[in-house]
Design a protein around this ligand. Structure first.
Ligand code: NAP
Length: 187
């Protein structure tokens, strides 16, 4: 739990062999979609009180309309309602703090799930309590979009380590495709 907010911050991503989260068109391809990982991801989001993502990311699950969310964008100065979704708040981190954004979204305790894209993950590098790094080692996305700024010069694992997170647990999500999720925890 972060000292400043009283919120638990979790990150979630699935990456290809190269550490990419999307293909060369910046879209998430079927090659990164596995039922075991999608069930893990849906369960993580069902436990969360608030979802945070960039304007081009979304989770597209049956429970999506029920979830409170912050949509990160430079199209607003600070905080603004999302005209297309009463459960969403548009948030520009340059103009409003994360704490104020959470309050505007009606969330002052519980779990916040950060679901990307890369720059949004980076906003929280020093705040994650937990990061769920799913890896699909046989999925190849040449020229794709790296999951974090700094990939491929460094691996996603090196970047999480550099920000004080440690691998704590690894679970197989799809044995046929060697897809696993490693839970990284602070300290
Ligand atoms: N494999 C996975 O697990 C996974 C996870 C997440 C996403 N994805 C996929 O990866 C792709 C990500 O798309 P994307 O690279 O465009 O990332 P994105 O973060 O979803 O969207 C980028 C937009 O978010 C806003 N934004 C990001 N950082 C910001 C900041 N610091 N301050 C203010 N606004 C900020 C900007 O919106 P404005 O242009 O409105 O200012 C920016 O254009 C999507 O296809 C998504 O489906 C995959």
């Amino acid at each position: 739990m972060t000292a400043t907010t009283g919120l638990t911050i979790e990150g979630c991503v699935i990456v290809s062999a190269e550490g990419n989260l999307a293909d060369a068109d910046r879209l998430m391809p079927d090659a990164l979609k596995f039922p075991g990982d999608q069930a893990f991801f849906a369960a993580a989001l069902d436990r969360a009180d608030l979802i945070v993502h960039g304007r081009n990311s979304f989770e597209d699950q049956p429970n999506s309309p029920l979830r409170r969310r912050l949509i990160v964008t430079r199209q607003v100065a600070g905080l603004a309602p999302d005209p297309s979704n009463p459960k969403a708040v548009l948030w520009n981190p340059a103009g409003a703090s994360f704490e104020d954004a959470c309050i505007r979204a009606g969330v002052s305790s519980g779990t916040v799930a950060i679901i990307g894209g890369p720059d949004v993950f980076a906003l929280f590098f020093d705040r994650y309590d937990t990061f769920f790094l799913s890896q699909a080692p046989h999925a190849r996305l040449p020229g794709g979009e790296p999951c974090f700024p700094g990939v491929p010069e460094r691996t996603p694992e090196q970047i999480l380590s550099a920000h004080g997170l440690c691998p704590a647990d690894r679970q197989i999500l799809d044995a046929d495709h060697d897809v696993s999720v490693t839970t990284w925890r602070r300290g």
